[in-house]
Design a protein around this ligand. Sequence first.
Ligand SMILES: NC(=O)c1ccc[n+]([C@@H]2O[C@H](COP(=O)([O-])OP(=O)(O)OC[C@H]3O[C@@H](n4cnc5c(N)ncnc54)[C@H](O)[C@@H]3O)[C@@H](O)[C@H]2O)c1
Length: 321
Amino acid sequence: MSEPVKILVTGAAGFIGSNLVDRLLAEGNIVLGVDNLSTGRREFLADADKNSNFRFFERDLLDEKALHGILSEEVDTVVHLAANADVRDGLKHPRKDLEQNTIVTWNVLEAMRRVNVRKIAFSSTGSVYGEAQKIPTPEDCPFPVQTSLYGASKLAGESLISAYAEGYDLQASIFRFVSILGERYTHGHVIDFVRSLYRDTSKLRVLGDGSQRKSYLYVGDCVNAMLTIMRHKTKNKVEVFNLGTDEYVNVNQSIDVICEELKVEPKRMYTGGDRGWIGDNPFIFLDCSKLRKIGWKPTRSIRDSVRTTVRYLQKNDWLMQ
Ligand SMILES: NC(=O)c1ccc[n+]([C@@H]2O[C@H](COP(=O)([O-])OP(=O)(O)OC[C@H]3O[C@@H](n4cnc5c(N)ncnc54)[C@H](O)[C@@H]3O)[C@@H](O)[C@H]2O)c1
């Protein structure tokens, strides 16, 4: 364990953010949480609220002044997780990714510059690789064309962070996550399927042909990885790491686990095609050897993570309403 520090977490009431907040507090750090509660849940911070080292601020980071009076030079690191985390519906509201993922990131960087906070950790995504030429995809894989507004807006966020790191001497950790599963999961294919099966166990609509292959990571392993990276000593101003497991499953295998857990056998109705929506990447599998080399390893298989997520949702069915 390292010395306790003051950390500001944006997106603190979100799925990953609230898990990170709990871990940081358990380690004795002082945590400032910022969130506009657009997709985050205040309930996820119930344990954090009991800790005197935690303060929550309901703010919209699209407002340039949102961090005024909250972020000060006493803050060691900003962990910037606030975003529109939805990949699939980007084309329905093309401005959203630009605003929530790129402009908000710039606002955070400007707020840091103003009060001279020098360390940022940023949640990017494996989606920035588009349809990667190399699988498993390493961090230095050449980027082909961007295939989603989400990926494009996150890559723009990464670029702004790198330029600020170079220009204003920041230290940046950039995390390119695969899809994350586990406690407080609120969006993605597992909740979509569970929600649908709660309504009707007889059939399940599956986007695409079910053969899309994806890698997933358990949220506890994700938080461990983020902390390992943030504490890793490096001379580089910007360090980019893939975060994922050494395996993948296809959508049908994921459905098998969900159905087993729920004890249902729906008829699967496929919408067809090798991808679920425009921009869906039929094969996401990241090379995470760089992260492994600095001492991290996952503790859970993808199937275990899917199971944990289904059980969590069963116990917290308010999240499916
Ligand atoms: N969950 C995944 O599978 C996954 C995969 C890759 C990358 N990521 C990234 O990790 C981060 C966290 O994702 P998550 O799954 O916890 O999503 P989430 O939606 O649960 O969390 C995002 C949080 O940001 C908050 N937020 C959004 N816009 C805001 C704004 N303008 N001002 C203040 N708060 C705002 C939301 O209310 C929410 O609490 C995101 O940046 C996401 O893009 C997540």
